[in-house]
Design a protein around this ligand. Structure first.
Ligand code: NAP
Length: 255
């Protein structure tokens, strides 16, 4: 990092954020815009994304909304190829994710495949498509949104835990290949964040209390808590950070 570079600025960069409509993705898109990036917002549908794009434009950055179901690998490939041809994507945030809660013996094959498709396969397809262009330019950042369940088995979420463990492994594998080409691949591992993803947990008083009791910080995370770490990993301040899975969990894993 040269001394003239603003260490936490992503000014002049274009960031693609998946799952940008809600939760962590929305907070990350806004935080990246505030740090200077132009945004491409990827949703399952365009619903809700147009308003976010307007909010980003009000903050002085450009924003484009696109949509494809991340469970549909062919649709993901097609939209990614279109975006790669039309834009220089400097920063890729593989944030979108889904979860299915059931005991392993009650987990259907279709639920298993759906979670693996969205949480793992789509992240690989996007990393490969945009990573190849980043390597050609000798610069780029990829941040995968993993989970504390990249380290733990969790309760009644076998497909999700498997996908998030694999996403951490993919993060390290890509970093090993791409660090020398100027592309940083890292992940954030959120703890328990108050978003749609955890509605069911927060609606269950026993689970909700048990989770809160175990968090050293004494509160659930806000999406903005995770967004700051994503901006950091996209910024020049993280130039020498490769293959790291950064827990942002209020101390959960340290317990
Ligand atoms: P969220 O508000 O439910 O956001 C998930 C996003 O992913 C939504 O925008 C959703 O879009 C998108 N998405 C889901 N399935 C999709 C599909 N098939 N195609 C395209 N987009 C799809 O929950 P969140 O907590 O912010 O989750 C963001 C990431 O953080 C996920 O990877 C999640 O696993 C991870 N995470 C969350 C927590 C937590 O405690 N909340 C903890 C650890 C990790 P639609 O709404 O349009 O479906």
């Amino acid at each position: 990092m040269s001394s003239a570079v603003q260490p936490f600025s992503v000014s002049g960069q274009t960031a693609l954020v998946t799952g940008a409509r809600t939760g962590i993705g929305r907070a990350a898109a806004l935080a990246l815009a505030d740090a200077g990036a132009d945004l491409i917002l990827w949703g399952r549908t365009l619903q809700g994304l147009t308003e976010l794009a307007e909010e980003i434009r009000r903050r002085g950055r450009t924003a484009t909304a696109v949509a494809a179901d991340l469970a549909d690998t062919e649709a993901v490939r097609a939209l990614a190829a279109h975006l790669a041809a039309a834009h220089r994507i400097d920063l890729l945030v593989n944030n979108a994710g889904t979860i299915r809660r059931a005991d392993a013996v009650d987990t259907s094959w279709s639920d298993w495949r759906h979670v693996l498709n969205v949480d793992l396969d789509a992240a690989f397809v996007l990393a490969r498509t945009f990573g190849e262009r980043m390597l050609e330019r000798g610069a780029g950042r990829i941040v995968n949104v993993a989970s504390v369940l990249s380290f733990q088995g969790g309760i009644r979420v076998p497909a999700y835990a498997a996908a998030k463990h694999a996403l951490a492994g993919l993060t390290k594998a890509l970093a090993n290949e791409w660090a020398s080409g100027g592309v940083n691949v890292n992940a954030v591992a959120p703890g328990y964040v108050a978003t749609d993803n955890t509605d069911a947990l927060r609606a269950d008083p026993d689970r909700s209390r048990a989770i809160l009791d175990r968090i050293p910080a004494g509160r659930w995370a806000r999406p903005e808590d995770i967004a700051g770490a994503i901006v950091f990993l996209c910024s020049p301040a993280a130039d020498y950070v490769h293959g790291h899975v950064l827990a942002v969990d209020g101390g959960w894993l340290a317990r």
